[in-house]
Design a binder for this molecule. Structure first.
Ligand SMILES: Cc1cc2nc3c(=O)[nH]c(=O)nc-3n(C[C@H](O)[C@H](O)[C@H](O)COP(=O)(O)OP(=O)(O)OC[C@H]3O[C@@H](n4cnc5c(N)ncnc54)[C@H](O)[C@@H]3O)c2cc1C
Length: 338
């Protein structure tokens, strides 16, 4: 079924809680509806959203917002460890579904807000796992060619929070309809990130590891660090962790010898943006209705609950300027500005 609304209030459809509206909003719950959808006459541009958890609306949206309610979770008959999942399924519901069935692969990604379609677009990641590690194939409708296409994981050009679906030229062209994931029923925990192994071992108390145990540990860690979108608006990590050259890194390290970093070999050095932001004194600071989250400085929150988009972008700008002035590094946002 296709449902169209005009002047749709988007406040509850973006986790930042920006009080904005879309000129038109269309929700569909099947692939057949999507094919039938004729956007002739609808306001432009067209934006497909999921749960709105990586978006910052900087004002009312003058075009048409699309949203998928395609919701199914179906193991393939040919291989029950391959699970086909509709783009409109809440990603964490699917994580739980797999853990309930003792399937390994998604447990580290537990608790990430948003929907399955966007997860494949964003290449979401947490605790040493990216969703590309578990994706087998992404199925899309190509609005330009008006045909169905599918991409094997190797064709998706996956990178750090990046994919072919975000690249200039292809962005917005492919609507993800469903994704096939490859799960595993042998125990393959991925615990090599940070202190995850210690936390999981402490929770296990000698018991056998299960996907649920890892999931619960990950959820506990996330709950301690990140704002609950149901209570305080944010889009998670606001900035990407910058990758700098070795020369740039050495220059910063000569002044800050304890600088945390990940060596990416020829690609350079990744420096946690959260550390830089904290060094600049932003942790917990408020500016109007916006604030830097006190437990994780990578997150900007809608502190007052009714912050204006300009308050969020104003804080963003000041953070970028101060990190640049202090470290010579230009932060770039992970959150998509609309
Ligand atoms: C508290 C919090 C914690 C977070 N933690 C993490 C984390 O640990 N790791 C992480 O990677 N991310 C994290 N995020 C960011 C966010 O959850 C992810 O980016 C998520 O994948 C966004 O999903 P969404 O459904 O909300 O997509 P949206 O934000 O609505 O959209 C994201 C992008 O996907 C596109 N899109 C959406 N649906 C489709 C579709 N069906 N077809 C084609 N394009 C589509 C949109 O156009 C947009 O470009 C966090 C966010 C919050 C609020």
């Amino acid at each position: 079924m296709l449902k169209t609304e005009y002047h749709k209030d988007l406040t509850r459809l973006n986790t930042f809680g920006m009080r904005v509206e879309a000129k038109a909003f269309i929700e569909y719950d099947s692939v057949a509806d999507l094919v039938e959808l004729d956007l002739e006459g609808y306001p432009r541009p067209v934006l497909h959203i999921g749960g709105g958890s990586n978006l910052l609306f900087t004002g009312d949206f003058k075009g048409t917002v699309l949203h998928s309610k395609i919701q199914f979770i179906e193991p393939l008959e040919s291989d029950p460890l391959k699970i086909s999942v509709g783009a409109g399924v809440v990603f964490d519901d699917f994580c739980k579904w797999t853990c309930d069935r003792q399937l390994w692969g998604l447990e580290n990604l537990s608790g990430i807000p948003g929907e399955v379609g966007a997860a494949a677009v964003q290449n979401i990641g947490a605790y040493g796992v990216e969703v590309k590690d578990v994706i087998s194939r992404v199925f899309c409708y190509d609005f330009q060619e008006e045909e169905f296409v599918s991409f094997g994981v190797e064709d998706c050009a996956y990178g750090y929070r990046d994919s072919i679906f975000k690249h200039p030229g292809t962005k917005g062209r492919h609507i993800v309809t469903h994704v096939v994931f490859q799960l595993n029923n042998n125990s393959v925990p991925r615990l090599d990130y940070g202190h995850l192994k210690d936390a999981v071992d402490a929770a296990a108390q000698g018991r056998e590891l299960t996907p649920h145990l890892v999931r619960k540990t990950v959820l506990d860690i996330r709950n301690q660090k990140l704002p609950d979108p149901a209570k305080i608006g944010s889009a998670g990590s606001f900035f990407k962790n910058p990758i700098v050259s070795r020369v740039e890194y050495e220059k910063i390290a000569s002044e800050y010898e304890n600088i945390p970093h990940f060596d990416l070999g020829d690609a350079g050095m990744k420096i946690p943006a959260a550390w830089m932001i904290e060094q600049c004194g932003w942790k917990g600071r408020r500016q109007g209705g916006a604030a830097v989250w006190e437990k994780q400085p990578l997150v900007i929150v809608n502190h007052s609950g009714n912050a204006f988009p300009e308050e969020i972008t104003g804080l963003e700008r000041r953070i970028i300027e101060s990190v640049k002035a202090r470290f010579g590094v230009e932060l770039s946002p992970e959150v998509e500005h609309i």
